[in-house]
Design a protein around this ligand. Structure first.
Ligand code: SR1
Ligand code: MG
Length: 400
């Protein structure tokens, strides 16, 4: 049977994934290698390769539950279509930063896309000391363009509202609302932390100023439908090498606040600044600065050439938007730092530290910096000031 004629959803196996690849006519060779390589929280990912021609593809399939928790946490298969459509939407804006989608199937909840296995997942590469000299420039450009060109600055409001409807993603948004913006700030069941952090965590739960700022940030995430976000832009969602950068996995895509993707990227770089030595810390801080610089350059260029809003040329408007994005992104970064340390879904940057004392010390630093970002986000006026704030936190109390 041709796999494209399957009538109901079933999870693929390495064998049926090959059958599917052949049904799609993507390979001429009969002998194909297939490995399930998914190491994320939610999906199956099959890497299929023709050893002779070295041609490969990726088949990503959504499971009807969150893999990280198990079948007790059902999850919509519709996220697969959201992801494929977001890849296409963002791919139309920045094709050089997004994998090409060859095929999508709603029933099977699959997306067949370009094989990026010649690149490395940035989180793994950074942990092992690799450097990606163009990463900051590329991600700054990716963020500026995907956000600007899906916003009302570039689209007529009616068109933007159509997209916002198409990318309504309530189940995946709920994960972020709970895991990033709520649970870590309360004694919630989903939290997962080492007991040595209990005093720090208690102080988070009891800090009403911190909770007030977190509440405001959550509200932004819930209500500000500014642009089509990636929605989960951590360093595990980025492939890179010395020359290229590709952003994958936008299954959390929806219309949300400009600063959210920027903040998640910042936070996941900050983990590397926390865990690295002095030289790495300086390099990572420079990457954060460069990302923002690239973002501002590309966003400003798009604004000056493609802004359709009548108010575009009003002095101060662009600056006020950039300031808002910047402040929000620092606040969102703070939430991401805290949730990846004590919430449900952790990061290898911290968990991979074998020595317990060292790991706890780094986790405490992540919590301190996360709190600072949340509390100070609306007072930080420039990227230089943010870098100084991070430098002080990294060399001072936070690392003791
Ligand atoms: C249940 S999903 C946990 C996390 O994995 C995804 O990558 C998102 O970051 C989500 O919050
Ligand atoms: Mg993901």
């Amino acid at each position: 049977m041709s796999y494209t004629e399957v009538k109901e959803y079933e999870p693929l196996t390495e064998k049926t994934a090959v059958t599917l690849a052949k049904s799609l006519g993507l390979f001429s060779n009969e002998i194909l290698m297939c490995n399930e390589i998914g190491d994320g929280n939610l999906n199956l990912v099959f890497h299929i390769k023709d050893q002779e021609s070295q041609k490969g593809i990726i088949i990503k399939q959504a499971l009807p539950y969150a893999k990280v928790v198990g079948e007790s946490w059902p999850l919509t298969l519709q996220r697969s279509q959201i992801e494929a459509n977001a890849l296409k939407q963002h791919g139309a804006i920045v094709p050089h930063f997004v994998p090409e989608v060859f095929y999508q199937d709603e029933l099977l909840a699959i997306t067949v896309m370009e094989d990026l296995s010649y690149l490395r997942i940035v989180r793994n590469g950074l942990i092992e000391g690799e450097r990606y000299p163009l990463l900051a420039d590329h991600i700054g450009e990716y963020l500026a363009k995907t956000l600007f060109y899906t916003s009302e600055f570039a689209l007529p409001p009616s068109k933007k509202k159509e997209f916002a409807k198409q990318f309504s993603n309530p189940e995946l948004c709920r994960i972020t609302e709970e895991l990033v913006f709520t649970d870590p700030f309360f004694d919630s069941e989903s939290n997962d932390f080492e007991e040595e952090l209990y005093d720090e965590i208690q102080s988070i739960w009891q800090d009403s100023l911190l909770k007030l700022e977190a509440a405001k940030l959550k509200r932004k995430f819930l209500t500000e439908a500014e642009a089509l976000l990636h929605g989960d832009l951590h360093t595990g969602s980025i492939f890179a090498n010395q020359l290229e950068t590709k952003v994958i996995d936008p299954e959390f895509a929806f219309y949300g606040p400009f600063g959210f993707d920027v903040g998640q990227f910042f936070a996941n770089l900050i983990f590397q600044a926390i865990t690295g030595n002095e030289e790495k810390r300086d390099f990572i801080l420079q990457q954060i600065q460069q990302t923002w610089k690239s973002f501002v350059n590309h966003f400003t260029h798009a604004w000056l050439h493609h802004n359709i809003d009548n108010f575009a040329e009003v002095p101060g408007f662009l600056d006020s938007i950039l300031n808002k994005i910047f402040e929000d992104s620092i606040g969102f970064a703070g939430c991401e730092l805290i949730r990846r340390t004590i919430g449900l879904s952790h990061v290898k940057d911290l968990e991979g530290i074998a020595d317990k004392d060292e790991r706890i010390q780094n986790k405490k630093a992540a919590l301190t910096i996360g709190k600072t970002c949340i509390l100070e986000h609306s007072r930080v006026d420039s990227i230089q000031q943010f870098i100084v704030l991070l430098q002080e936190a990294l060399t001072g109390e936070a690392k003791k």
